[in-house]
Design a protein around this ligand. Structure first.
Ligand code: PEP
Ligand code: MG
Length: 881
């Protein structure tokens, strides 16, 4: 039997989301629950992947099956495409496995042509409605299917409004809309060179293709990369009988959440517009009414809707985000899905659902998206400064958090300014999906139009970016990059602050403070995460402040201290430069002796902060040329302090030049050439540990010394020899019984391949997946950004391998090294300290290959804790159950 690509809503259910996409699976599930769903069919995600395999065409087999389902749909609905009596109109919507709001395309009112519109106008006695549908359809089809830019049509609407002396679309009459439809068709013909398609089936094939194509549009690609959604999934397409919200004042459309998506509170939240179609609510063209007002406008419909909300929430056991349409007092459900929510709301909802007995603790941990926690870890306005400030305006609190920065007016500017290191607030009339990258770059988003479910609000909430929307007090002049608010003109670059939790807008910059994470719902969920996870979470910290931040966020030790970062202070850099210029071992030792007490002091602070938790100190790693002066004045200074001529210093500097410094004289190679560096660093670590242990006898400090960039066991053995000779002597002199460990980074492929040998010397491994990725791929971690864009465009890579671990290649080395390491030393401790240690999918991989801990930057510690818990819940490890 040939493969089935198309399913009626009556043939599916919620468990089929891989095949039918989220929207399709839920439309089927709602149909099964007996809810009022306009009927239709779903073309599967496999049809989408087939479309790409066939070179972006819908093959004959799938086309034939779609045609068959159109007939089935016609039978079910009793309507027919292009019929002169009872015409069928449909919506065509995308629906991927994971929801990607606003990223792909939708077409409404499909099936209209100049004859069908006449039938509809006559039969309904409502020509205004019929022509409103028609002009919307031409506009959407032209934009989405034929990619004739929306703006040409918007200009025609604006011109018509001016001509008629009105300001709102709803004030245009049937004749105005009919004329507009004709203008739109003429515009279409001019841009495309052909007449607007008349045959509804041809229209439908065009629309389906457009939805498949939209899976690959730039904004969808960016969204997928950010949300770890594989390109290979494809999108399904839903073809559904239209329900009309624009038939007059007894019709309407809306979006609602069963709980507040900003705060998580258990109250029905949402908005609707009477006499409107779906995109009017989301596009923010008119400001909608609150869902509660539906109670007054249409009490029975409101009651029915509330009942459906309860049914759906109890059924899915999660907060639902629903779209509905009222067609002449009849309620239709167009969509339900687990709603996107702010990170704070996600925590509250998860906790409330446990307390309501709807879910268990593990389900609660699993329902929080780890990467979204990030937003909660970022600053809020300083309460005192906020109290002293007076808002200049208030609008909708669309996505919580605090933001202040310089005003920019376009998404492009937001990106460019952000890259220059400026903090910006993006101020727009309204945002559209093309703005996504600019929205990401902005600290906050302020829009003039749009409600809580406008594009800006929905997308900002998903990103955890602060957003205030619908500020109609602003008189906007986007073209000249200025606006007026409360009697003041704001230009590009002026400062503004916005509070996405209250909707307040302030003139100027209000200082911010870090958020609190150890109490309330956050604390409770983190507590649960800690209960279920099997890996430890450490932090990468180079300074005591890093360590303090990380500890507050739950770090259980330091997994990587990059000691070289301590060398850049002005008083230290001089000593290291002297060391580099020294001609003799004695000269180098003298310079290093100046550094030793400073390093020791730094390490003492780290040990103090971590209160006995493990601290893993890595020895000097970067090539020495990173420390030498480039400015003439600094070179002269160095010459003077070392008693050399400027020429001699310059000769030393140029002697350090390497063609491939990242594969050059760095890592343990420095200690092999200059063992005195390792001696000094060992001495600083051991003395610091002895001092702090003496002050805190109850802390069990076991120093960890990590040798970087090892590729051969003998080089590790050599450096380890230097370390142990120095350390043992100091410990013996102090009369102490302190123990310590010498481990290594596994960051060179050869180290991974010979990990059984390396483990004879190394007491622990930490995977340096930054270098391991660089050296496995053979491209530079510093330069890959220049060409990775082309690799994403060509679908060679879907993600940045420096951000998300390449499990296929680099991961294979990691797994192999773990197994080899354990074969030599069964109880070997295994960690990771590359950037991947804070990336949720990479953390899951680390759990699955049996690492003891992950180490990540301080602000990613909670993310790693949660990701580790989710990995453990999904696949508990037998060995440490
Ligand atoms: C690594 O290579 O993954 C690592 C942690 O070391 P660095 O980034 O300092 O090279
Ligand atoms: Mg490295």
């Amino acid at each position: 039997m040939s493969k089935k690509y198309v399913y009626l809503f009556t043939e599916g259910n919620a468990s089929m989301r891989e095949l039918l996409g989220g929207k399709g699976a839920n439309l089927a599930e709602m149909t099964n629950l007996g809810l009022p769903v306009p009927q239709g069919f779903t073309i599967s995600t496999e049809a989408c992947t087939q479309y790409y395999e066939d070179g972006r065409r819908i093959n004959d087999e799938i086309q034939a099956e779609i045609m068959e389902y159109i007939e089935k749909m016609e039978q079910i609905t009793g309507k027919k495409f292009g019929d002169q009596e009872n015409p069928l109109l449909v919506s065509v919507r995308s629906g991927a496995r994971a929801s990607m709001p606003g990223m792909m395309d939708t077409i409404l009112n499909l099936g209209l042509n100049e004859d069908v519109v006449e039938v509809m106008a006559k039969k309904s006695g409502n020509p205004r409605w019929a022509y409103d549908c028609y002009r919307r359809f031409i506009q959407m089809y032209s934009d989405v299917v034929m990619e004739v830019g929306k703006k040409y049509f918007e200009q025609l609407i604006d011109a018509m409004k001016v001509k008629k002396g009105v300001t709102q679309d709803v004030e245009l009459t049937a004749d105005d809309l009919k004329e507009l439809a004709n203008q739109f068709k003429a515009e279409y013909k001019e841009k495309i060179g052909e007449d607007f398609p008349y045959d509804p089936k041809e229209q439908l094939m065009g629309a389906i293709k457009a939805v498949f194509r939209s899976w690959d549009n730039p904004r969808a690609n960016v969204y997928r990369r950010d949300n770890d959604i594989p390109y290979s999934w494809g999108t399904a397409v839903n073809v559904q009988m239209m329900a009309f919200g624009n038939m007059g004042e007894t019709s309407g459309t809306g979006v609602a959440f069963t709980r507040n998506p900003s705060t998580g509170e258990k109250v029905l939240t949402g908005e609707f517009l009477m006499n409107a179609q779906g995109e009017d609510v989301v596009a923010g063209v008119r400001t909608p009414q609150h869902i509660d007002q539906l109670k007054e406008v249409m009490p029975e419909v409101y009651e029915q809707f509330v009942g459906i909300c309860n049914t759906l929430e109890n059924h899915y056991r999660d907060m639902q985000d629903m779209e509905f349409t009222i067609e002449d007092k009849h309620l239709y459900m167009l969509q339900t899905r687990n709603g996107k929510r702010t990170p704070a709301a996600a925590l509250k909802i998860a906790c409330d659902l446990i307390d309501e007995g709807m879910i268990d603790e593990k389900q609660a941990v699993l329902m929080i998206e780890p990467r979204n926690l990030d937003a909660l870890l970022h600053p809020q306005f300083d309460v005192k400064a906020l109290k002293a400030a007076t808002p200049v305006a208030k609008a909708l609190a669309a996505s919580p958090g605090a933001a202040c920065g310089k005003i920019v007016f376009t998404a492009e500017d937001a990106k460019v300014w952000n890259e220059k290191g400026e903090k910006v607030v993006l101020v727009r009339l309204e945002t559209s999906p093309e703005d996504i990258e600019g929205m990401k770059a902005a600290q906050g988003i302020l829009t003039v139009r749009g409600g809580m479910t406008s594009h800006a609000a929905v997308v900002a909430r998903g990103m955890g970016t602060c957003c205030v929307s619908g500020c109609s007090a602003i008189t906007m002049d986007e073209e000249n990059k200025k606006f007026e608010l409360a009697g003041k003109t704001y230009h590009e670059g002026d400062c503004i602050s916005i509070d996405g939790s209250t909707g307040n807008i302030y003139d100027g910059l209000i200082p911010t403070v870090p958020a609190s994470v150890n109490s309330g719902d956050f604390g409770r969920i983190m507590g649960l995460a800690d209960k279920f996870r099997q890996m430890k979470v450490r932090t990468n910290a180079d300074t005591p402040q890093n360590a303090i931040d990380a500890k507050r966020l739950g770090a259980e030790g330091i997994g990587l201290c990059r000691t070289e970062h301590m060398f850049f202070d002005p008083d230290r850099i001089a000593a290291i430069r002297e060391m580099i210029c020294a001609d003799t071992v004695e000269g180098r030792k003298a310079a290093l002796a100046k550094l030793e007490p400073m390093q020791q002091g730094d390490f003492e602070k780290l040990y103090e902060t971590m209160e006995g938790e493990p601290v893993n100190i890595r020895f000097l790693d970067p090539p020495l040329h990173e420390f030498v002066p480039t400015e003439e004045a600094d070179i002269e200074l160095l010459a003077k302090s070392t008693g050399k001529t400027v020429e001699q210093v310059k000769a030393i500097i140029s002697g350090l030049h390497e063609f491939n410094p990242m594969m050059g004289h760095r890592g343990c190679r420095l200690a092999v050439t200059y063992p005195e560096i390792a001696e000094m660093q060992t001495s600083a670590v051991i003395k610091a540990a002895l001092n702090v242990s003496a002050k805190h006898p109850d802390w069990n400090i076991v120093p960890e010394i990590m040798i970087p960039l090892v590729g051969e066991v003998k080089e590790l053995a050599y450096v380890k020899g230097v370390v142990t000779a120095t350390a043992d002597k100091l410990i013996a002199e102090a009369g102490s019984s302190m123990t310590y460990k010498v481990g290594t980074m596994i960051e060179i492929p050869r180290a991974a391949l010979t990990a059984d040998e390396i483990a004879k010397e190394a007491e622990y491994f930490s995977f340096g997946t930054n270098d391991l990725t660089q050296m496995t791929f053979g491209f530079s971690r510093d330069d890959a950004g220049k060409f990775l864009g082309a690799y994403y465009d060509k679908k060679i890579y879907e993600n940045d391998p420096f951000a998300k671990l390449d499990q296929v290649g680099v991961g294979k080395l990691v797994k192999m090294a773990c197994e080899l390491g354990k074969s030599t030393r069964p109880d070997i401790k295994l960690g990771i300290c590359g950037e991947h240690g804070g990336d949720p999918t990479s953390v899951e991989f680390c759990h699955n290959v049996g690492l003891t801990y992950v180490s990540c930057s301080p602000f990613r510690v909670p993310i790693a804790r949660l990701a580790a818990a989710q990995a453990a819940i999904k696949a508990p490890r037998a060995m440490d159950k």
